[in-house]
Design a protein around this ligand. Structure first.
Ligand code: ZN
Length: 174
């Protein structure tokens, strides 16, 4: 009795129709929107003088320059304009910009300049102390000069009598 139990191996080819439907789940990544950290790192202001080879300087009736520290790039041409923004007559309140060589005795130079009215307070005897200078300006007048300086620190003053005490500053070339 061969009960051929034909085991019908039901090969169930299960077609796993895996629903691989591309469920485009629009995962809006807005929820993970990382706030763009625009780090506004404040620049430490060690010195408010900005390096620039173009300088707009003024002199006024209060015997003041508007800039007391000039920073320039050494070796590059510097263009400096001095404008007299005062109203007093030139004979009473003239201004110039005189850049001195390092090591110049400012007081001695200024005293000599004071008695050099005929040359607009540029002392002829001490011209070797001068790197460059503008003309003497009256109210509303301006003068522009160009020069180049090597790396270093230089003093500048207005040589009109009595002005150098307040009209002075440093030009730093780096
Ligand atoms: Zn002056």
């Amino acid at each position: 009795m061969e009960r051929l139990i034909i085991v019908l191996a039901l090969v169930l080819t299960v077609y796993l129709t895996s629903c691989t439907g591309n469920k485009k789940k629009d995962k809006s990544q807005s929820d993970t929107a990382t706030t763009s950290t625009q780090a506004e790192s404040p620049v430490p202001s060690t010195d408010n003088a900005v390096v620039s080879n173009t300088i707009e300087m003024t002199g006024d009736d209060q015997m003041k320059f508007n800039i007391n520290v000039i920073k320039v790039k050494a070796g590059d041409k510097v263009t400096l304009t001095l404008k007299n923004i005062g109203a007093m007559p030139k004979e009473a309140m003239g201004h110039n910009f005189v850049l001195l060589k390092p090591g110049t005795d400012i007081e001695k130079f200024a005293l000599q300049a004071m008695v050099s009215k005929e040359t607009d307070y540029i002392p002829a005897a001490l011209k070797s102390d001068i790197l460059t200078h503008t003309k003497l300006t009256g109210p509303g007048e301006s003068d522009t000069i160009e020069f180049t300086v090597p790396k270093g620190e230089y003093d500048y003053i207005c040589t009109f009598p009595g002005h150098y005490a307040t009209m002075k500053g440093k030009l730093i070339a780096g």
